[in-house]
Design a protein around this ligand. Sequence first.
Ligand SMILES: Cc1ncc(COP(=O)(O)O)c(C=O)c1O
Length: 420
Amino acid sequence: MNETLKVTKKINSHIANQNLSFQEAELMGLSQPTPFLALSDVAIESKFQTLKRELPGIEIYYATKANPDPKILGLVKKLGDGIDVASYREVLAAKAAGIPVWKMLHSNPVKNPTDIINCVKEGVQWFTFDNVDEIYKLRKFAPNANILLRIAIPKNSSVVNLSFKFGADEMEALPLIRNAVSNGLRVRGITFHVGSQCTSPESYISALQISKNIFNAAYNEGILLDVLDIGGGFPIGYRMGVPTISEFCSVIIRNIRNLFPNNMRIIAEPGRFICGEAITLVTRVIGKSIRKGIPWYYIDDGIYGSFSGKLFDHCDYRFITDKQGIRTECVVAGPTCDSIDVLSMDQRLPRLDLGDLLLVPGMGAYTSASATFFNGFAPTRIAVIEEITRTKPRKLNSFAFPPIQEQERKKQRLQIAQNI
Ligand SMILES: Cc1ncc(COP(=O)(O)O)c(C=O)c1O
């Protein structure tokens, strides 16, 4: 049986769940206005532990771009093996969180020379490249760095294709490695990214095979490569289910074991998997209307804010309410004046009122990271659930707080609605 069949036969669907209850959301809402992104540091820790367990022996370098929030980077310092940075600003953010510079890997294959100069000044020692011009830049500005060749992966089952803009083809790899070595550069290995939100681990099978071919070809020319960076791509559930992480990683591990020696250094750069499900957006209904017979609900976060991932990350987020009632067709829209600021047209919700809370799970990756100030709406703040509820240790999805009395809740909602 081939790998693809083995993978698809076993799929257990996993969709995003909220990581806090409505009671906890209401409680957090007492000390800060909505919208806010409720981050569980316990969830981040559990994601690191899961990946460490499912990818034994592989070093975990969190991809800063997914969410550079200082609270998350603080946890990465404690839990990660290193960090993937893709710009000077990300280097500074990681440094500010206390992550030592020798643990940083600059993963952007095409860099502004000033970015290289600044990163080298800070002490960054690892870079990536995928073309001849980058070799010349690195020779000039980072002659002592360790470098990895980024390759493109032709087979793609990912929502975000990361081999369109970057990556040398397999045929180009050896000439580029030769060229870099003859320019005195320290080529240490290969890096790839199968694409973000990868829905089937079969993409890694071809990526690993191509990497192995290049390792062999280089070895035959006397160039010993000793590092493989398998990038990110590890999926999380949104409205659609994805394979469980253990099914997903078992295919990767099996193929790594078949192709590479036991003692080889292997790095992974997960972004979405670490932070995506650790954050739930807490947002409120701030306006209502009926248009062409369909209810419209306007909420206090939108496409120019945390839902920017709908555009840039091609994500579809699930709205959760604790309201009861018959669910009908409706539209959920953001707060700005732009008509593009529509967040959902195909989710059925019960009748909502002004001030009602909506929870949106899976809002940690590529959300606030790409939010703007458009129309005067500032990006939504991140608040740590455990800091506010002080219920440590708590398990994911275990709601430690007694329900707020219904009367009290109605009073709060009324006050909020009156203030709008
Ligand atoms: C080089 C690189 N590494 C890692 C990541 C993180 O990928 P993911 O969030 O899919 O794990 C990205 C995402 O764009 C990337 O470009």
